[in-house]
Design a protein. Structure first.
Length: 112
């Protein structure tokens, strides 16, 4: 009787651990989406700058400097925002991987 209860408790514990891993994996997918957003945010300033360089023969820099300074400021802010998104996503992914490893170390039947 005691052994049946022990087996049932272990099964419940494994089920809860598996559900926790599923929740952590959902959070990991969210972090990866944040990383994808960060990469896209970094790509936008690079695209705009390449467009400015490609069309630079059609304008004089001193004639459009009042336009370029605010634009470069906005592009720098986008680069910082994209870098922040990527840094935060990487930090979260590493943390979530550590949580999954910890759960697997306590529940050997989940470590495949």
């Amino acid at each position: 009787m005691v052994e049946v209860e022990k087996g049932e408790a272990e099964r419940r514990s494994s089920t809860i651990a598996a559900r926790n891993i599923q929740l952590i994996l959902a959070e990991k997918r969210t972090s990866l989406a944040l990383m994808r957003t960060g990469i896209a945010t970094l790509a936008l300033p690079l695209s705009i700058l390449s467009l400015l360089v490609a069309t630079s023969r059609y304008y004089h820099i001193m004639g459009v400097i009042s336009f370029l300074i605010p634009l470069i400021g906005i592009l720098l802010m986008l680069v910082c925002l994209g870098g922040y998104f990527i840094f935060r996503a990487l930090r979260n992914v590493l943390y979530q991987d550590a949580l999954i490893s910890e759960i697997k170390s306590h529940h050997k039947e989940l470590a495949l």
